[in-house]
Design a protein around this ligand. Structure first.
Ligand code: PEP
Ligand code: MG
Length: 766
């Protein structure tokens, strides 16, 4: 044993230990012998009776890979699930555990035969790299001993080195996880967050680095490198914000999207200037890590903290943390980021997380698709991807590690799948699908200026849903008759400050200008629930979907609401203005909200300003209660629009954001259709115009069912208009209605199979 590695003072000597580990790594020996030597020198240095490494195996179990002090016969055999026992808990939370009484610590479980019965104290740290858990490093002692902070820090430093070396293959022995360099096809399941299929080549958003030497040769050199990189990155961000040094096209881009881009960068600047970051980075370098390894250590720890928070705003900051770490690593390594101009024409972007601003920066022109390891269908990147019509699949764990830049990949946003290095037959099948879609798109173009009239002459209004400035060209391209739902909150989801009234006014003016003489229905801010606005944080709620949201917030805190109404009234001077309120649950809420519009209209006039030519005020019907509201509600509303996404979730008590239940109940279920029929009847009785603006409206069979129930206006994503129009023009609506009523009188839960069969008989293409 090298005496230099022995801890004589009872305190850990991380620099001595790291130096010793570097020698171990430099020696020519097999991977498992190296790892064994590392646990031995660590145990000695930390005066621990046990030091063990568990690594995640391909079956996602943690397997004992090396140990000093436990039964050597258990190596390669003893295993436990992630989340199981103290070791499993460290792997699942990404947080260290430090206890002087392991057997009585929640979650403790003895692994039979491993020989750890007599050890009381336990300190474990995760071995993580770039958001992936690779394993766990543990030290144990017989006595009841609480490890000091410096010991925790030392163990984390060693865990960082092990993580780097495991990923570079120096320690893994080919055991853990998906390894890059595997050349065969790989299919991963995720969640389809923006529809569509894309074929192309891998572009890695994050630099893929394998550190040859995570241990510092010279502390002062590393400290200077770190500071220089930090200064350079901060300077870059400041310049990006001030617009200096950018091409005129980039500046014009930012002008085109007032606010949304700049505010994202401002939030990022706050993260970059956070003093805590630099302090933690300096500590890691002082402990003996190279600057790059220090960045990865601090990034891993920040991620572990943010991943555990339930606050959606803080979770969105994950992408800022990753972005900052990536910029630092690039700076340290001298690697340039992929710029939108240099992307291949068929780029499929792979990232762990992606902020909405970053996605906008890449733009639509070359990006064919996006695949994310994290993120959700309701996340901000997904909102932007849908607006840009870029297919997006999220939740693809392990994809980045498995992929190399430029490799062929297919992503399928319709079913939530990524196919890396697909084999010839799969590629051919997808190519065929894309060709077919391109032919259909050409056909839908020819239908663009044709009306949506059924075979028996019933006209249907097809409108589009929108919410970002980037959506506006869709009005002309899709052939929509107008915007049936403008989700005003989307613009604010990608900013960090409450938008000022003037900015809102400009934005709404641009929307009205883009629509020309076509109608636009503005929905007032629908926040809360799954849409947490960064600048309006409420208290954490057990059931946000049923909580303080949408019109409830607007009526309780009318300041923001009134500012929005003022902006809408100003923007629509001399024009027609249609406004609707989200999540109305009873007549009283609608009445109070409508009165506020009248107050603002009168104030506007009293200030000598030109008012809108007319103001139409409607309600979104998203709660089953409103179906049965008093007649006075239906008389007072100028129009009603069914928010089918929320109405479905509340009808079946099934969270629309939870993948386990979101698709469990069919919008063509008889129960839901009977509820909708009641809405049609109430609106007909009161003479109130009615439309439907949930996702279901954009699917041909659902659209036919809605028309057969009596809806004459549907609002959908622009890409749905072509397929719905083609199907509707082929249908005899009278016949479809008779068939639907018969199905609703039958015992079937869902009318889907019956209605689809009838449409097929009529030759309707669904
Ligand atoms: C709906 O609920 O159907 C709707 C259109 O609104 P959102 O999806 O924005 O909640
Ligand atoms: Mg809704």
């Amino acid at each position: 044993m090298d005496v230099g590695a022995i801890n004589r003072g009872g305190r850990p000597q991380p620099r001595v230990l790291l130096r010793r580990i570097r020698e171990v790594l430099a020696a020519d020996q097999p991977a498992d012998a190296r790892l064994q030597e590392i646990v031995e020198v660590t145990a000695t240095n930390m005066v621990a009776e046990v030091c063990s490494v568990y690594l995640v195996a391909p079956d996602q179990r943690l397997v004992l890979q090396a140990t000093e002090g436990l039964n050597p016969a258990s190596i390669g055999r003893a295993a436990l699930d992630i989340g199981d026992g103290l070791v499993g808990r460290i792997a699942s939370t990404g947080e260290p555990i430090n206890t002087d009484d392991a057997p009585n610590t929640p979650g403790f479980r003895l692994i039979p035969g491993i020989g750890e019965e007599m050890y009381q104290s336990f300190l474990g740290a995760p071995i993580r790299r770039q958001g992936r858990t690779l394993g766990v490093l543990v030290v144990q002692n017989r006595t009841h001993r609480r490890y000091g902070e410096d010991e925790v820090e030392a163990l984390e430093l060693i865990a960082t080195v092990i993580a780097e070396m495991t990923d570079s293959g120096a320690l893994a022995g080919g055991q853990n996880g998906l390894k890059s360099g595997e050349q065969g096809p790989l299919m991963l399941r995720g969640v389809g967050a923006a529809e569509g299929v894309a074929m192309g080549r891998v572009v890695l958003h994050e630099p893929k680095i394998v550190l040859q030497n995570p241990i510092a040769d010279d502390l002062e050199t590393e400290r200077v490198r770190l500071h220089a990189a930090m200064d350079a990155v901060r300077g870059d961000i400041d310049r990006l914000i001030s617009g200096e040094g950018q091409s005129s096209r980039q500046r014009a881009d930012q002008l085109l999207r007032p606010g949304e881009h700049r505010d994202v960068l401002e939030a990022f600047r706050l993260v970059a200037h956070d003093r805590g970051w630099l302090r933690r980075l300096e500590a890691a370098v002082a402990g003996g890590l190279a600057a790059e390894a220090a960045v990865e250590k601090v990034q891993s720890e920040a991620r572990a903290r943010l991943e555990r928070t339930a606050d959606p705003y803080l979770r969105e900051r994950l992408s800022d943390v990753d972005d900052l770490a990536n910029r630092l690593l690039r700076m340290l390594l001298g690697v340039a980021p992929p710029s939108p101009e240099q992307l291949p024409e068929d780029a499929i972007l792979l990232a762990r997380t992606l902020g909405p601003g970053e996605l906008l920066e890449y733009g639509q022109s070359r990006l064919r698709g996006v695949a994310l390891e994290e993120g959700s269908a309701g996340g901000h990147a997904a909102i932007v991807a849908r607006a840009l019509e870029i297919p997006l699949v999220t939740g693809l764990k392990g994809l980045i590690h498995a992929a190399e830049a430029d490799e062929p990949i297919i992503i399928d946003g319709d079913v939530g799948r990524a196919l890396l290095r697909p084999d010839g037959s799969v590629s051919a099948a997808y190519q065929e699908k894309l060709t077919l879609r391109a032919q259909e798109a050409a056909l839908f173009k020819t239908l663009r200026d044709q009306p949506a009239v059924s075979k028996d002459g019933v006209k249907l209004s097809l409108m589009m849903n929108a919410g970002l400035v980037t959506d506006l060209p869709g009005i002309a391209e899709s052939g929509a008759e107008g915007v049936g739902l403008y989700r005003t909150e989307l613009q604010y989801l990608v900013t960090t400050r409450a938008p000022r009234r003037e900015r809102q006014t400009q934005l709404y003016e641009r929307v009205l200008d883009a629509a020309g003489d076509k109608p636009v229905v503005f929905r007032t801010l629908d926040m809360g629930g799954d849409k947490q606005l960064p600048f309006l944080k409420g208290e954490a709620e057990d059931n946000p979907a049923l909580g303080w949201r949408a019109i409830r917030i607007a009526l309780d805190r009318p300041l923001l609401f009134r500012m929005q109404l003022q902006a809408l009234i100003r923007a629509a001077a001399g024009r027609s203005l249609s406004v609707m309120f989200p999540m109305i649950a009873n007549a009283e809420e609608f009445h109070r909200a409508k009165e506020l519009i009248e107050v603002e209209r009168m104030r506007h006039v009293s200030e000598g300003r030109e008012p809108p030519r007319e103001i139409r005020v409607g309600a979104m019907l998203e709660t089953p209660a409103l179906v049965f509201a008093p007649d006075s509600f239906y008389r007072e509303a100028d129009f009603v629009s069914v928010g089918g996404n929320d109405l479905l979730q509340f009808c079946f008590a099934a969270d629309r954001g939870n993948p386990r239940v979101a698709d469990r109940y069919d919008p063509l279920d008889g129960a839901f259709l009977r509820l909708l029929r009641a809405v049609v009847e109430r609106c007909e009785a009161a003479g109130t115009p009615l439309s439907f603006c949930g996702e279901a409206a954009g699917r041909p069979l659902e659209a036919i069912a809605l028309a057969a129930l009596g809806f004459r206006s549907l609002s959908m994503r622009p890409a749905g208009i072509g397929p719905v129009k083609r199907a509707y023009r082929a249908v005899d609506l009278g016949e479809a209605r008779v068939a639907l009523m018969a199905l609703l009188a039958s015992d079937a839960d869902s009318v889907r199979p019956g209605l689809a069969a009838i449409c097929e008989e009529m030759g309707v293409k669904l």
